[in-house]
Write a protein that binds this ligand. Structure first.
Ligand SMILES: *Cc1c(COP(=O)(O)O)cnc(C)c1O
Length: 235
């Protein structure tokens, strides 16, 4: 498989920014309410910087070690960085305070560790709860019921601020079948927001990837996470 050239990454990044704006307008939404996150895994500094030079303002990394390596090389300079992958408790210390948002909090134990670490740094760490919206055995993430319970518990963790929800729904083909999962995510976020808990704002809905971001935007996504649409297929 041939790797995308830097020129192709530049083109793709521009095209996908336009596509996200177009999808928002098509959905009757203000394009400023939808952010494009470039999922940068396996892409080196040069390639990440090509995307940023083309206007990308938000990157997401999903492995702690890769995040640390690229931070040391200033790979994300010019953009904000979020953590979007599975996070183990023993690696949480490397992430807290280094990223603007952790998308993938899926256990009370992890939330407690993050809260303690944020407290030690004297900061408030923004997080999302990861929802296993397709109820898949193979995936991490909370059930909708567990998500409601976690949201009710989070106000006790005063160094965390719950900004919303994240999901990776089941279907990888672009055939519209994830749309009902995106709609369920939106409804769940509205339900939690209506509780008006302290430290809970519910203004972020991170859902939609290269193959289904248009449907996700139609159902209320505020962050879409695009990898292969910008950087090409991963081998
Ligand atoms: C890789 C990745 C993406 C992007 O996936 P594509 O299908 O390549 O757009 C989105 N979210 C997470 C959590 C990822 O790890």
């Amino acid at each position: 498989m041939t790797m995308m050239t830097l020129e192709q990454i530049t083109d793709n990044a521009r095209r996908m920014q336009d596509a996200v704006i177009e999808a928002a307008i098509h959905a009757g939404r203000d394009p400023a309410t939808v952010r494009l996150l470039a999922a940068t895994k396996v892409n080196d500094v040069q390639r990440v910087q090509a995307a940023i030079a083309a206007g990308i303002r938000l990157c997401g990394e999903n492995r702690v070690q890769e995040l640390m390596e690229k931070l040391a090389l200033n790979a994300y300079a010019g953009a904000e960085i979020h953590f979007i992958g599975h996070l183990q408790r023993n690696k949480a210390k490397q992430v807290v305070g280094r990223v603007g948002l952790i998308h993938s909090v899926a256990s009370r134990e992890l939330a407690e560790v993050l809260n303690r670490l944020a407290g030690e740094q004297g900061i408030t760490q923004d997080i999302l709860l990861e929802v296993n919206i397709g109820a898949e055995e193979s995936k991490s993430g909370l059930s909708p019921e567990e998500t409601m319970d976690m949201a009710a518990f989070l106000p006790e963790l005063s160094n965390l601020r719950l900004r919303g929800l994240m999901a990776i729904p089941p279907v990888v083909e672009n055939n519209g079948s994830n749309r009902r999962f995106f709609a369920k995510m939106y409804a769940l976020a509205v339900d939690i927001g209506a509780k008006k808990y302290d430290n809970v704002t519910m203004d972020c809905l991170s859902m939609g990837m290269s193959n289904d971001f248009v449907d996700a935007i139609a159902e209320g996504a505020t962050i879409v996470r695009l990898g292969s649409a910008i950087f090409g297929p991963r081998s």
